[in-house]
Ligand binder design. Structure first.
Ligand SMILES: [Zn+2]
Length: 143
């Protein structure tokens, strides 16, 4: 029997009809304000007329750190790089792991692209979630 695949969170991730995974937020039908994670009401005008939109897969590193101590929960391998990713087109910032093999290229302002990847495997399941790969080195674009 195959392992069960588990999303890191169904509150922020969805799978489309083609099996492709997306991060999603909500956009207000009344004023166009975007929220990530998705909200049932607009945090700008309080309208409850919201619809789902998919975040762009491309963004840039706003900040990052590398955890070198095993956390008490979850099974992330160490060292474990975590970044705050800015996605200006989607008006969102996302906290997600980076690919450790890109370590020499971690830099604020580096362009990244999201891929759904394995976070860790357990006896009967595989846990997946969004991870960002460096696609272009960049300089610091904010102070
Ligand atoms: Zn609104």
């Amino acid at each position: 029997m195959g392992k069960k695949i588990v999303f890191i969170s169904n509150d922020i991730c969805r799978q489309d009809e083609n099996g492709h995974y997306h991060l999603y937020g909500s956009i207000c039908k009344k004023c166009g304000h975007k929220s990530y994670p998705a909200s049932s009401f607009c945090t700008s005008c309080l309208s409850q007329e919201q619809e789902i939109y998919d975040l762009k897969e491309e963004g840039e590193i706003y900040s990052y750190t590398i955890t070198r101590v095993q956390p008490p929960y979850g099974h992330f391998p160490v060292p474990h790089p975590i970044a705050y990713i800015s996605i200006p087109e989607s008006e969102a910032r996302v906290t997600a792991p980076l690919f450790m093999e890109d370590e020499g290229h971690f830099q604020i302002g580096a362009k990244v692209k999201m891929e759904f990847s394995v976070y860790w495997e357990e006896e009967d399941q595989i846990v997946i979630g969004p991870k960002y790969r460096i696609v272009q080195e960049g300089g610091c674009t904010h102070a």
